[in-house]
Design a protein around this ligand. Structure first.
Ligand SMILES: [Zn+2]
Length: 218
């Protein structure tokens, strides 16, 4: 379990998704305990001693250890999604910038549609799928932020709609998975899909202004 968590964090570090010791990662141990990265550790150089155990209320089992500030967002995901065993949170530039701009425009979610890569997400079997990623305003009060997020996650459960990630504006992205492989796949796919989405907006804008004109047949 510790090795799996370190491998997920290291994958994110290699892709430059967790700059300046940011981001946090966790794993469900059992029905009472969760393992999470300690605050402020370099996610590319984690060792077993950089991980700590918390309960489902986000409290450290060893009071001398300090969990990530965003611990409550991890416990919330484990409490709501019984089949999730790993949570990854990263601060990539693309997720921070896109969510910041859309939040400013009061857009509450992005819709990723018609990308073949969507099939990398668990339960998605065709490119003809619309994956919605909700966006929440950033907040240093993590309890208040978790209260904003809760209805969106609960809605996905009640409506049986797939949800694989959410964005926090100007901050980063949370995603999760049932095991190490699925979690790494979700990190990789969602990060790439977000970059593609940004590229799609930029290209369609510039093409509509000055793009190639339709070729007339003679
Ligand atoms: Zn964060």
């Amino acid at each position: 379990m510790k090795d799996d968590l370190i491998e997920i964090a290291s994958f994110c570090a290699d892709k430059n998704l967790v700059p300046a010791r940011s981001g946090n990662f966790s794993a469900r141990i059992d029905s009472e305990k969760i393992q999470i990265t300690q605050s402020g550790k370099d996610k590319g150089k984690l060792t077993a001693s950089d991980l700590m155990e918390i309960n489902y209320k986000g409290k450290a089992l060893n009071p001398e250890e300090k969990p990530s500030a965003e611990t409550l967002l991890h416990t919330q995901i484990y409490t709501l999604f019984r089949d999730v065993n790993f949570v990854a949170h990263f601060h990539s530039s693309s997720s921070a910038v896109l969510s910041k701009i859309l939040n400013k425009k009061k857009i509450k979610r992005i819709k990723l549609a018609n990308y073949e890569l969507l099939k990398a997400l668990s339960g998605v079997e065709t490119h003809d799928h619309t994956e919605e990623i909700p966006i929440f305003a950033n907040d240093q009060d993590i309890f208040r932020l978790s209260m904003e997020i809760a209805p969106e996650l609960e809605r996905a459960i009640v409506t049986d709609k797939s949800i694989h990630a959410y964005l926090i504006a100007g901050h980063g992205l949370y995603t999760w998975g049932k095991d190490k492989a699925e979690t790494i796949t979700h990190v990789d796919a969602i990060n790439t899909l977000i970059e593609s989405y940004i590229m799609e907006i930029q290209l369609s804008k510039s093409l509509s202004k000055s793009g190639p004109k339709k070729v007339e047949s003679k």
